[in-house]
Design a protein around this ligand. Structure first.
Ligand code: ZN
Length: 135
């Protein structure tokens, strides 16, 4: 048997997305193997939490990175004055690029965007690099 993957998840601290994000982010991995890093805006503000990400990968041994962005995001509004999907996609892509360059131990990166139906209901779509590059 191969060793169980360990995952680090970068997402936003918005409580409205928490249940849906947690459920999705723990897919295929026990709760005890997932580290959550949740700055406002997620990947938009990951630089402020970079030491935590580094610790999750280098010290806790996470080999998978998943990142979630979402619609109607306060972190994006605070940073850019408005919430726009293309800002989120740009930062998701930037995080992927930086992590790939910095941490050779990462074997999987998956990126997600959550669209708001209501504060309780979100649609999670996986976005890949090809989509991000043309966004
Ligand atoms: Zn947010």
């Amino acid at each position: 048997m191969t060793a169980m993957a360990r995952r680090v998840v970068v997402g936003c601290f918005d409580p409205r997305i928490m249940e849906e994000m947690y459920n999705r982010a723990r897919e295929g991995v026990p709760a005890g193997k997932v580290t959550f890093i949740l700055p406002p805006g997620g990947s938009i503000n990951i630089n402020a939490r970079w030491p935590d990400l580094e610790m999750a990968i280098c010290d806790l041994g996470a080999d998978e990175l998943w990142s979630f962005a979402h619609e109607d995001c306060l972190g994006c509004k605070k940073t850019y004055g408005e919430d726009r999907k293309d800002y989120h996609l740009k930062h998701l892509r930037g995080l992927e690029t930086k992590v790939r360059k910095t941490f050779v131990t990462i074997t999987q990166i998956r990126l997600f965007y959550m669209s708001r139906i209501s504060d309780e209901e979100w649609v999670v779509e996986e976005v890949n690099s090809t989509v991000l590059l043309t966004a």
